[in-house]
Design a protein around this ligand. Structure first.
Ligand code: MN
Length: 287
């Protein structure tokens, strides 16, 4: 199933490049009382909601995907986890490029662990990226994003992939500088998720997906998740040893080589095999 959120928080299913409105199914979501459980309420109920979502789509007329504004398909993640330096060739370029390393030694997850991106940084492709600090270098990072379905702590490698509800394209936008990653990657609009969720049953092997990003039609990054240092299962095992994962938590798995700057007016086109592609405009943040 391919599930998107669009326009005024409508829910739609993507079937063969067309969108079918499933918003009527949301009436089936159990109601919530304060305090609400951690995580995303729709993702937590996704398996139970599936028949209603499919049935609602069956009743809808097809709509052109190009005619809607795609928002982040996860509305309320409990957390967004990032993976620093998780491709060997990105490690090599970070070591070689002083504009990336700023004089610091660059290591990998074994040393750094993972980092958190602010939930408030999350947008969908239609909202675009608003560059802050345009006097500094702001980079694109295309990444496979995993969305947790079944929560848990201390998840074993053998069980890890059973905890994934879906996959999407993630952009881990980054302002270069000396501050902690959580600040530089937690800027408003610096986490892009889209264009929709592809449920895990449709992705046979998340560790073998081609991914790429073009800026103004120029190829910048092109690799395959087979080149991950910590693969998808290991990221879940590692993260859940520190913190309980909840439905709707997003894990951005890291970016391959080819990170580079974007400036206001650019258009990023990101694509991941088995998921789709999304176009994301870049503008300057206006105070
Ligand atoms: Mn990243």
């Amino acid at each position: 199933m391919r599930l998107c959120r669009y326009d005024d928080d409508r829910i739609g299913l993507i079937r063969e490049d067309q969108l079918f409105d499933s918003t009527a199914a949301l009436a089936q979501l159990p109601s919530l009382n304060w305090p609400v459980p951690l995580g995303d309420h729709l993702i937590a109920n996704l398996d139970a909601m599936r028949p209603a979502l499919e049935a609602a789509a069956d009743e809808s007329a097809p709509v052109s995907i190009d005619s809607v504004a795609l928002k982040s398909p996860v509305a309320n993640p409990g957390k967004i986890i990032g993976a620093p330096v998780n491709y060997h060739k990105h490690h090599e370029e970070a070591v070689a490029d002083s504009e990336i390393n700023l004089g610091r030694e660059i290591k990998t997850i074994d040393t750094y662990g993972l980092f958190m991106k602010a939930n408030s940084s999350l947008v969908g492709p239609s909202e675009g990226v608003a560059l802050h600090f345009t006097d500094r270098r702001n980079d694109h990072e295309v990444e496979l994003a995993m969305v947790i379905g079944k929560g848990g702590a201390d998840i074993s490698r053998a069980e890890a992939m059973h905890h994934v509800a879906a996959y999407a394209i993630g952009l881990d936008m980054t302002v270069r500088g000396t501050e902690d990653r959580s600040l530089r990657k937690g800027v408003d609009t610096y986490s892009v998720l889209g264009p929709w969720l592809v449920t895990a049953d449709e992705i046979a092997n998340p560790d073998a997906l081609g991914l790429e990003i073009l800026v103004n039609k120029e190829m910048r990054q092109k690799s395959n998740t087979a080149n991950l240092i910590f693969d998808c299962a290991k990221l879940i095992e590692y993260a859940s040893a520190f913190m309980t994962l909840y439905p709707g938590d997003i894990i951005m798995t890291g970016t391959p080589e080819g990170v580079g700057p974007v400036v206001p007016g650019d258009t990023m086109q990101a694509r991941i095999e088995g998921i789709g592609s999304m176009s994301v405009p870049v503008r300057a943040h206006v105070t």
